[in-house]
Design a protein. Structure first.
Length: 129
């Protein structure tokens, strides 16, 4: 809700067949747009102006469209290899301090607090100002 407080309209991109599993998000007032094809996703991204996410495919598309991206990753090695890098972007690592790959895979998302993500997003925005 912090993004809403800053005047943004957060939305989630999910595949058409996954939409039924995201109804709870829509009930919270967060949009889950019906984007039935990649060209619809590209058009939607272009209108959004920002991308925060952990899906490198959509992140790469956003970056290629020169949409600033904040990419959330489990490990720095994966981020170095797969980060979207066609445009302005920032990477945030969730499992950097966990000692094993198994722990990182299981808990990395929980180590990315809302505060850390918002702080990284604000730094990305400040770099573009």
């Amino acid at each position: 809700m912090e993004l809403r407080d800053q005047g943004f309209s957060p939305q989630f991109v999910v595949a058409s067949h996954e939409r039924k599993d995201w109804k709870h998000v829509e009930r919270l007032g967060i949009a889950v747009p019906d984007l039935s094809s990649l060209d619809h996703v590209a058009a939607w991204l272009f209108e959004c102006g920002w991308f925060i996410g952990n899906d490198s495919g959509i992140g790469h598309l956003a970056s290629n469209l020169q949409i600033p991206t904040l990419s959330l990753f489990m490990r720095s090695g994966i981020a170095r290899t797969w980060r979207p890098d066609w445009g302005t972007g920032r990477v945030l690592i969730g499992g950097a301090y966990l000692p094993t790959g198994r722990l990182k895979e299981r808990y990395w998302k929980y180590l990315l607090s809302v505060g850390k993500v918002i702080q990284a997003f604000e730094q990305l925005r400040a770099n573009l100002a």
